[in-house]
Write a protein that binds this ligand. Structure first.
Ligand code: SAH
Length: 380
């Protein structure tokens, strides 16, 4: 029997059909698979002992031969802004990081897709590590399970404190409130942690489908953003998926000369090809492609760079996130001063390009974009 010859098979990452096959192998009734799926993904239970709706005999059998996540929290670093960086240990002892950012109207979790990263971008700490290995779908999902369990308690659904959300003031200065129909506090997932998600395509897409399952985590694909440094053939592959996350492109340079230097992958897929893939990417009605532009002091932040960016994005329904560079001692760049970022943004705005200046989160605990390198200390 396959199951028994493979001790400690990992159930996290399996879909309902695979759990059904497993139950059949064990001679169990099909509805046990539904119960297991519910326990793993909706209730986020991480031990069989807690699955009290399963018969004791089955729980014992599962405990002997299977696991429901080997991912362990090794350390949690909490920032003064509430951001929490999770240092996670995978089943084989490898480490990855996930960053949880609570906000009034939603939580955001930034997750990893690979242990390390092969792309060696010149301004990113993860690139310094190199690629250790791909993560499995179960490991990708486990980051959300263990973080939510830590923040909200195992099995507890994130709920809003009240059904009323303050959404700002109207022109007359009156407070506007919105009554929420959804009692759950929404969770956004960004694949902007360690790794290049499009170089671990199958596991990432399997994870996205598991997130979306309404019998489980119920994180719809429109709340999931996949960020890529520009793996062109995989962008085209993603375009064909019926269920796909939102797409973000880490651009950061508007000409090939600079982009070749910052992103070695640009030599393989230069800007013309990348932008062509963006132009043919099918967007839904109100969807925009996100372009991340990390602001590097005196490297890519001149007025001329801003105008080149405007030209590059011509004809694309785009949104630009201007990210102040998060420094690290190992990285040869400084952050652009805010006044310069604002001048840069004004050129985009005047040309009709939508953009946002991102506030760095968790910088004091090395949790900000590009700082993830599985550090054991709070800061370098
Ligand atoms: N490989 C993917 C996802 C990981 S990087 C990608 O390249 O998109 C996630 C985001 O962090 C990217 O937009 C990247 O450009 C940005 N980033 C990397 N290093 C950074 C740094 N030091 N400061 C600010 N942002 C950085």
């Amino acid at each position: 029997m396959k199951v028994l010859s493979n001790p400690q098979v990992e159930l996290l990452g399996m879909n309902e059909a695979e759990l059904s096959a497993l139950m059949a192998e064990l001679g169990e009734k099909p509805f046990r698979a539904r119960q297991l799926f519910d326990a793993i993904y909706r209730r986020r239970l991480t031990s069989f002992a807690a699955m009290t709706d399963l018969p004791v005999r089955l729980r014992e059998q599962l405990a002997a031969h299977a696991t429901v996540t080997r991912t362990r929290i090794k350390n949690i670093f909490t920032s003064s802004d509430g951001t929490r960086r999770f240092l996670l240990e995978l089943g084989d002892g490898r480490e990855v990081e996930a960053v949880f950012m609570p906000e009034a109207r939603r939580d955001t979790i930034c997750i990893s897709s690979q242990v390390g990263c092969p792309l060696a971008c010149d301004f990113c700490m993860t690139g310094v590590l190199g690629l250790k290995r791909n993560m499995t779908a179960g490991e990708i999902v486990s980051q959300i399970i263990v973080a939510l369990n830590e923040v909200y308690g195992e099995g507890a659904l994130p709920v809003k404190e009240t059904g009323i959300t303050k959404v700002g003031r109207d022109i007359a200065g009156r407070e506007k409130v919105r009554e929420s129909r959804d009692e759950r506090h929404p969770l956004n997932v960004v694949m902007m942690g360690m790794g290049e998600p499009l170089l671990n395509y199958d596991a990432v897409m399997r994870a996205v489908r598991l997130f979306a399952d309404e019998k489980g985590l119920t994180i719809p694909p429109r709340r999931v953003t996949l960020s890529t440094a520009g793996i062109v053939p995989r962008i085209d592959e993603l375009a064909k998926e019926t269920l796909r996350p939102r797409l973000a492109i880490s651009l950061t340079a508007a000409n090939d000369e600079l982009r070749d230097r910052l992103f070695p992958i640009n030599r393989k897929y230069p800007l013309a090809e990348l932008m062509a893939a963006c132009r043919r990417f099918p967007l839904t009605e109100r969807e925009r492609l996100t372009f991340e532009y990390v602001m590097l002091d005196q490297v890519n932040d001149s007025d001329r760079d801003a105008r080149a960016l405007v030209r590059l994005l011509n004809g694309i329904r785009a949104k630009v996130n201007l990210i102040p560079h998060n420094p690290a001692p190992e990285l040869p760049y400084r952050a652009t001063p805010l006044s310069r970022i604002m001048a840069f943004q004004k050129i985009l705005t005047d040309a009709g390009v939508l953009s946002f200046i991102r506030r760095p989160r968790g910088q004091d605990i090395a949790a900000a974009c590009g700082q993830l390198a599985a550090r054991h200390e709070a800061t370098a």
